[in-house]
Design a protein around this ligand. Structure first.
Ligand code: GLY
Ligand code: MN
Ligand code: MN
Length: 468
């Protein structure tokens, strides 16, 4: 049985196809294409009801402190549909053509205008011409050109948005009306509230979730790049780690590889928990000094052109697992291997989780750590899979099919003070890989470039590191 499983894994878990490469052009050129975004807008429109409009707002900038903002992060649905990475913008998508500001069509994008004085401080704004040239949507105007008279929203049967809450769109953007987005939101809001038709307001969320759950080839190419940057980072940490290093230094090594390969950001705050911190699922402070005998749980991944990877490796700080660490590690590994077997088209997306729970329940019972099935949640309190894409927690289809990308990440966390022998305390293990369902209905482990077995990790830990 084990042999069969290993043979299956060897056949299906090919190495990632993309390896990091040096950029040769002045700026990256591998962004999603205008045709991709146009295709996604068409896919949304196909599923919209008759005589409806869907409204999408860009994210606003968010203040961090005084006159410094957080790094800007676009609303992912807005990016999916437009490719635009700027605030103060709105997309109107109509089911059937309408006329706005003398232009007839189904797509109307309102964007911030050029502003040389601001651009000197914070960089280029695309403006109407730049957006037309770069992203090629059907109709582009400045946000100032969206006025109360631009369109009579009482003409449509339904207005679709996933921001609509308690009938007050502008709640999301403040009531000031002073910034471009809250002004547009207020106009749309008052237009909607005067539309008295039944079903005047509907959610667009389900349509977007279903589309985003199945990735297009251009998206898979970007996810793959983010994953390879991430596995390079994990391998860098496995080689560099040693007692006396801090968790934040492990993070620095990891993120060096992200940046070296062109990732704009980590896909989520890097998690580097050693010893007791390995048992905190989303530990982000990364302040502890790591010692001989500790485990490090490193859940870190890069984001590239909006797409995130999500990879976890758990490694011994001194390069060798202790007997107890090895027992727990290999139980999680076995759970992950049995979850991989369930990664095939047609299976419900929770089958990998069910397989992982079966293995961990059986293993923890054999070790005397639990006595009933229900207790498994004490040490394995989270799900095994979630979709992966523009968001690190992206939609996953209910049934797996080609183009689904998701994690397989079983874990066991035995915090200090747990009701078991002390020898197990401070062992937190998660192994997380990124899986693509391939056109043949099988799977490819995109993160297979970083080792998972005890022997492979211990071997890599002995290799030279530029940071040691
Ligand atoms: N990195 C967060 C997660 O694994 O879901
Ligand atoms: Mn995850
Ligand atoms: Mn993760």
């Amino acid at each position: 049985m084990l042999r069969k499983l290993l043979a299956l894994l060897l056949v299906t878990a090919a190495l990632p196809q993309w390896t990091s490469a040096q950029q040769v052009t002045d700026y990256p050129e591998d962004y999603l294409s205008p045709a991709f975004h146009a295709g996604r807008r068409n896919a949304v429109r196909e599923q919209m009801p008759k005589n409806s409009v869907a409204i999408f707002f860009a994210s606003q900038t968010r203040n961090r402190s005084n006159d410094v903002d957080f790094i800007y992060a676009q609303n992912k649905n807005f990016y999916y549909l437009t490719g635009l990475q700027e605030p103060n913008a709105m997309l109107l998508l109509f089911k059937e053509p309408v006329t706005i500001n003398d232009k007839t069509g189904t797509e109307f994008l309102f964007v911030q205008p050029r502003n040389p004085a601001r651009e000197m401080w914070t960089g280029k704004i695309l403006g109407v011409d730049g957006v037309k040239a770069k992203l090629q949507p059907e109709n582009v105007f400045t946000h100032e050109q969206f006025t109360y008279g631009s369109f009579d929203f009482s003409k449509v049967d339904s207005v679709m948005t996933n921001l609509y809450n308690e009938n007050i769109l502008s709640k999301y953007y403040g009531r000031s009306g002073l910034d471009p987005l809250s002004r547009m939101a207020q106009l749309v809001d008052s237009a909607i509230t005067t539309n008295k038709k039944p079903n005047a307001v509907r959610t667009i969320g389900t349509i977007l979730r279903n589309l985003r759950a199945i990735k297009q080839p251009e998206e898979i190419a970007l996810i793959e790049k983010a994953v390879v940057m991430s596995t390079e980072g994990h391998n860098g940490v496995i080689r560099a780690i040693k007692p006396g290093m801090t968790e934040y230094q492990a993070q620095a090594v990891m993120e060096y590889y992200f940046k070296k390969n062109g990732a704009e950001y980590p896909g989520y705050p890097s998690i580097n928990g050693s010893a007791e911190n390995s048992c905190v699922l989303h530990y982000e402070t990364n302040q502890r000094l790591m010692k001989d005998g500790d485990l490090l749980l490193s859940d870190c991944a890069a984001e590239y052109h909006g797409y995130s990877a999500d990879v976890t490796r758990t490694i011994p700080v001194n390069g060798k697992f202790s007997p107890e660490q090895k027992i727990i590690y290999e139980l999680v590994l076995e759970a992950q291997d049995s979850a991989f077997v369930q990664c095939k088209a047609g299976n419900a997306s929770n089958e990998p989780h069910k397989a992982a729970v079966r293995v961990i329940t059986r293993g923890l019972k054999q070790l005397g750590l639990i006595s009933t099935d229900a207790e498994v949640r004490t040490y394995f309190p989270h799900g095994t899979s979630h979709g992966l894409g523009l968001d690190v927690h992206d939609p996953n289809p209910a049934k797996l099919e080609p183009g689904a990308v998701f994690t397989v990440e079983p874990g066991i966390y035995i915090a200090p003070g747990s009701k078991c022998d002390k020898k197990w305390w401070s062992i937190g293990v998660r192994i997380e890989d990124d899986i693509l369902i391939t056109p043949d209905g099988g799977y490819r482990n995109l993160s297979a470039g970083s080792p998972r077995t005890v022997a492979e990790i211990e071997k890599m830990a002995k290799q030279k590191s530029i940071f040691k």
